[in-house]
Design a protein around this ligand. Structure first.
Ligand code: SF4
Ligand code: SF4
Length: 54
């Protein structure tokens, strides 16, 4: 599963890219839920490489 790191600038670009709706705005940074299927789409659009595979 992917996790969004503290480097997230809350631009929101990743949210629309997630095929399973696992990304939402959190407290200061965006967050990924356990529904993540590891597709990597969020990481591909993030300007600061905040989503990382764990
Ligand atoms: Fe969504 Fe894919 Fe990112 Fe997981 S890796 S949060 S499924 S876009
Ligand atoms: Fe944060 Fe990157 Fe998603 Fe933008 S695309 S909200 S910087 S994780």
């Amino acid at each position: 599963m992917y996790v969004i790191k503290d480097s997230c600038i809350s631009c929101g670009a990743c949210e629309a890219e997630c095929p399973v709706g696992a990304i939402s705005a959190g407290d200061g940074i965006y967050v990924i839920s356990s529904e993540c299927i590891d597709c990597g789409a969020c990481a591909n659009v993030c300007p600061v490489d905040a989503p990382q595979a764990e």
